[in-house]
Design a protein around this ligand. Sequence first.
Ligand code: IMP
Ligand code: MG
Length: 174
Amino acid sequence: MTKNFPALYSASEIQRRVAELGAEVTNDFGSEGVVVVCVLKGAAIFSADLVRAIRCPVELDFIRANSYVGTQSSGTVQITSDITTDVAGKQVLVVEDIIDTGRTSDVILRHLSQKKPKRLELAALLDKPAAHEVPVNLRYKGFQIANEFVIGYGLDLDGKYRELPYIAQLNTQS
Ligand code: IMP
Ligand code: MG
């Protein structure tokens, strides 16, 4: 039952970076506050820590998207569960675990922009710029990583390893 992987980012490195991001968000959104939209399931852990690092008023909501890769090379993304907060005229921050192709956040941002928020920004703990397939406007980025598969701190492999307090690169060679 060993779950020890070499950490790419340790729990304390992550907590330090989350505190910095929380301070930035606090500064940018101010006393008007922000609706944090957590993209399930991967961003659950990051969002839980991030909202506690934000010092302005926060509302928390959740959205869920599934990507289906068909016979075509490009995947399509469907929103399977929507937010329930009325975000019209409000400041909204979408929180993702990782930006890979960028397709999930692209679909979510387009969807939420139809609800007429006053401001709509994107945060992600991790970014894989080499994997982007669509333009990504990432306002708050935890760490930039190479095009490798990572697990932990919310990120899964087939539903596993989300509970690891650190982020590890999965060695697919061994
Ligand atoms: P997208 O390709 O940017 O749309 O990313 C879709 C989703 O794939 C992300 O929200 C993650 O849930 C998942 N994903 C992408 N890269 C990784 C990874 O390295 N580890 C775990 N999940 C990943
Ligand atoms: Mg996932």
